[in-house]
Ligand binder design. Structure first.
Ligand code: PMP
Length: 430
């Protein structure tokens, strides 16, 4: 049997045949070595959790409700948990009722179930460019055609969305939905302005559009501000996805989707076909966490950690980066989105970066169309501040060296690119 080809290839379903692990995955195995400062994974600072409290909660669930916790449950998720998740939504000013919610295995399963619910092969989904890798994955796995709408410091450019809708209309097609991460977007680190949210909602009405509103980071604003949700504006057109991964812990794999009732019913059927039901054990841990612990305080503790780390990263970037490099300045969550000058390819550069003991995610992963080669995502949520300084210094040094190489080859023709962080935002997308 040849090892360089897959002998099962002809047998796979069409939607699986084109799937392959990227070479980048192999590099990330190296990036997890302790000497490498990794800005790659979007990992919450779980060490900032009150572990004694978590231990108490987990012990209480087993001690008081062990037999139920270790049993199967219903496909929609526990009503008691859904009540609590609605409270989490209300804390952010988002309307939600326990009956409208389906508990999922993280937000990721919600994205996949929604794609499976709506997408036939070739259907178009409009998504911010760049957007969440796992969101693209869920769409591509269901054979959607992803069309990107560019962003700037105020999120998705609604003029560009309007243009994309006009193009679709000319083609006689209709987007199945618009996928957006309006708050502290992954990977761009920007939020959609209130005015644009209203414009998006109005366009959804005039163009008969559904919107998938993915909101893992809304409660992680550095100043504790919240933004008006699309769900509050056009509830019958919005499928809303939430998760406890960033406000509690990704290890409990607890997310949810809030959808209009008919859609909710389909999602329950789809999830039962996939995995029967969410884990009662982790649902009850989350439920008990939310009913017995000061979870709002814990969120503040997380955001304080992230604010400090973002400040350290932005200061380090200012200090270490060549003048031609631009980046966004986040107001919450985990991410800085960086743009490098022409001539440098962030996918090609990754191996060198890892050899220099620093890792990031190359920009191409955040687009479905192969663009983004001049961009990268830096995640500051996980490494402690002194490691952030070290990592940015290493990356800055590498980019200085690369730029010298580019100049040696092309001459000094690379124009100073775009705004630096002091101008908040910089350029984000396309
Ligand atoms: N949406 C976005 C935008 C994300 O960044 C993530 C996690 N990185 C998710 C959804 C899914 O997270 P989880 O499955 O852990 O809830």
């Amino acid at each position: 049997m040849r090892l360089d080809t897959d002998p099962y290839l002809a047998r796979y379903a069409a939607r699986v045949r084109g799937m392959s692990a990227s070479e980048i995955r192999a590099l990330f195995a190296v990036a997890s070595r302790p000497e490498v400062v990794s800005f790659a994974g979007g990992m919450p600072a779980t060490s900032a959790l009150d572990m004694e409290a978590v231990e108490q909660v987990a012990a209480q669930v087993i001690r008081d409700h062990g037999a139920t916790a270790l049993q199967y449950g219903g496909g929609q998720g526990r009503a008691e948990l859904r009540e609590q998740l609605a409270t989490v939504m209300h804390h952010e000013g988002i309307p939600g009722h326990a009956d409208d919610l389906v508990v999922t295995v993280g937000g990721q399963q919600a994205l996949e179930l929604v794609a499976r619910c709506f997408i036939d092969p070739g259907d178009v989904v409009l998504a911010e460019g760049p957007t969440y890798v796992g969101g693209i994955g869920a769409l591509v796995a269901n054979q959607a055609e992803v069309r990107h709408v560019p962003m700037d410091a105020d999120g998705m450019q609604i003029d560009a969305l309007e243009e994309a809708l006009a193009v679709l209309e000319r083609e006689g097609r209709q987007a199945k939905y618009v996928y957006t991460i309006p708050n502290h977007q992954n990977p761009a680190g920007v939020s959609m302005s209130v005015e644009r949210r209203h414009r998006l909602a109005a366009l959804a009405e005039t163009h008969d559009l559904m919107v998938l509103e993915d909101n893992p980071y809304g409660l992680l604003d550095f100043e504790g501000r919240t933004w008006p949700s699309l769900r509050s504006m056009i509830p019958e057109r919005v499928i809303y996805v939430g998760t406890m991964s960033k406000t509690f812990a990704p290890g409990v794999r607890t997310g949810w989707v809030a959808a209009p009732r008919p859609v909710r019913d389909k999602l329950v059927l789809l999830r039962e076909a996939a995995d029967l039901c969410p884990s009662n054990l982790t649902q009850m841990i989350v439920e008990t966490w939310l009913t017995t612990q000061p979870w709002r305080e814990q969120i503040k503790r997380f955001t304080n950690v992230y604010r400090e780390r973002s400040e350290v990263m932005l200061a380090a970037l200012d200090r270490a980066m060549p003048a031609e490099v631009a980046w966004t300045a986040p107001q919450g969550a985990f991410y800085v989105w960086l743009t490098v000058p022409p001539g440098i390819d962030t996918s090609d550069l990754l191996a060198k970066a890892i050899a220099s003991r620093v890792a990031y995610v190359p920009g191409r992963g955040f687009y479905g169309d192969g663009t983004g080669g001049d961009q990268m995502r830096l995640c500051f949520s996980y490494p402690p501040t002194e490691r952030i300084d070290e990592g940015v210094d290493r990356l800055g040094e590498l980019l200085h060296t690369e730029l010298e190489l580019v100049r040696a080859v092309f001459g000094d023709t690379t124009p100073p690119l775009r705004a630096r962080s002091s101008q908040r935002g910089g350029s984000v997308g396309g």
